[in-house]
Design a protein around this ligand. Structure first.
Ligand code: SDX
Length: 435
């Protein structure tokens, strides 16, 4: 961090406090307020952390106004075009893209951790078949910590490394098992002669009764979806993983906490909600009903949001949404669905919204979730599984951020404070006198 001078706070009766200002390589400077409470007896107040940097990080950079997303300095558009998902995993974890030898060894190691313990497979029996797959994911991923007592010492870099490989390798297997369990089909074991995304598609859609034929266009589309969702700075679920990890919790428990947070419809659950919104609109009349629907969204009392639109950081088009729309077109063309009514409806809805003052004035643009549901549905992935795919992809980002936090010398347990506006001290009245 570079010293960029001081910020001076004036407060109380003419008191002042100087605080250091630091700059990073790109992006906003920060004011170091760590001494604030000790020096002034006051806290900062920032519900939702709109103006709070929780850490220093080298992993992902977002410029919300310019619609820029970099993983370790590389633009997402280039990574999604020139790399595969495991290459991006290597980059996020190690800070550099792998050379051919490093890529080969990384892929080999991931492939050899794709199976899960047979006892873990029995865990699924405890769930109803119609459980939401995200509920299953939270439970089963958290349960992984019960199987690896030999490598839960987070201070040990080799334990952290093997846990990273286990999580990246096993998430596809667990997601596919959650899907197979929900439809009553047998689990498919991974086949290590397939690449990562082909292996996942076979575990999802293959059956023991016949050979599964990989479609390279669909597999490439899925691989790109994983790249687009791999990491995203200090979003809600990543901050959850960092906070859980700051207590020293093991990596499996931390990733399970990230999955739980990602499930929310305001976050990773938005792709499921966005597709449901399009399906409902389709049922009510499709493109003819777009203007009426947008009117409802603009009416605060309706409680209706345009799911897949808006973002805390992007006040411009989410670069991932553009790439997702492109991938959507490729998949629909490959499947002969270029007239897919849902895709046409999404584009009509986007057009109306982008020309409407309500959205323009609030800088609400499509985010990564707006098109991802349509392309996942075209790939045969059921709506209820969308956020499971998101958690599969984001696991590498969560691990990279968790690793960075554990190795950060400035790291302390996360423990925010509050502005208390509850009851002042009072005595407990006898039961007989209570109103
Ligand atoms: C993800 O953080 C990340 O990086 C997350 C993510 C990642 O990769 O990790 O990018 C993934 O979570 C993407 C976001 C997916 N969520 C949705 O698509 C759900 C719909 N979007 C909204 O819920 C909302 O836009 C958020 C939650 C994404 C952002 O909320 P903010 O930053 O707290 O903004 P806000 O709710 O204060 O909205 C500002 C204004 C409000 O109106 P006013 O009070 O000013 O009148 O915009 C309105 C909001 O009501 N608004 C919307 C809207 N989003 C915001 N109005 C209608 N439809 C929407 N989608």
């Amino acid at each position: 961090m570079d010293n960029k001078g001081k910020a001076v706070l004036s407060y109380g009766d003419g008191k002042t406090l100087e605080m250091p200002v630091y700059g990073g390589t790109i992006g906003p400077d920060v004011i170091d307020i760590r001494a604030l409470y000790g020096k002034t007896g006051m806290f900062t107040y920032d519900p939702g952390f709109l103006s709070t940097a929780s850490c220093a990080s080298k992993i992902t950079y977002i410029d919300g106004d310019a619609g820029v997303l970099l993983y370790r300095g590389y633009p997402i558009e280039q990574l999604a075009t020139h790399c595969d998902f495991l290459e991006v995993c290597y980059l996020l974890l190690n800070g550099e893209l792998p050379n051919a030898e490093q890529k080969k060894s990384f892929d080999w190691t991931v492939a050899r951790h794709t199976m899960v313990h047979e006892q873990l497979a029995r865990l699924f029996q405890g769930f109803r078949r119609d459980s939401h797959p995200m509920a299953v994911m939270v439970g089963v991923v958290g349960a992984l910590s019960a199987f690896y007592h030999d490598s839960l010492d987070i201070a040990n870099p080799s334990h952290r490394e093997i846990s990273a490989f286990r999580l990246i390798a096993k998430l596809p297997t667990i997601v596919a098992m959650a899907y197979k369990y929900s439809i009553g089909q047998p689990f498919m074991y991974p086949k290590n002669n397939l690449d990562y995304s082909s292996n996942f598609m076979r575990m999802m859609f293959g059956v023991p009764a016949e050979e599964y034929e990989v479609n390279p266009v669909l597999v490439r589309a899925l691989d790109r979806i994983l790249i687009l969702h791999a990491d995203h700075e200090q979003n809600a679920s990543t901050s959850t993983v960092r906070l859980a990890g700051s207590s020293g919790a093991n990596p499996f428990a931390c990733i399970a906490s990230g999955i739980a947070c990602l499930w929310g419809p305001a976050h990773g659950g938005a792709n499921e909600a966005a597709l449901q919104m399009l399906l409902d609109l389709q049922k009510e009349g499709g493109v003819e009903k777009v203007s009426e629907f947008v009117k409802k969204v603009k009416d605060k009392n309706s409680g209706v949001k345009l799911m897949g639109f808006g973002h805390r950081v992007y006040k411009n088009y989410d670069p991932r949404a553009k790439l997702m729309q492109e991938t959507c077109r490729e998949v629909l063309d490959e499947l002969g669905l270029h007239n897919d009514p849902l895709f046409k409806l999404a584009m009509a809805l986007e057009k109306v919204a982008l020309e409407d003052e309500y959205f323009v004035s609030r800088k609400l643009y499509p985010n990564v979730d707006f098109y991802s549901g349509i392309v996942q549905r075209a790939l045969g992935i059921p709506v209820s599984m969308f956020t499971c795919i998101f958690s599969l992809a984001r696991t590498v980002g969560w691990i990279a951020q968790w690793n960075e936090m554990i190795s950060d010398p400035e790291q302390k347990i996360g423990r925010p404070r509050q502005l208390y506006n509850g009851a002042v001290k009072r005595d407990v009245p006898p039961m007989a006198t209570r109103g």
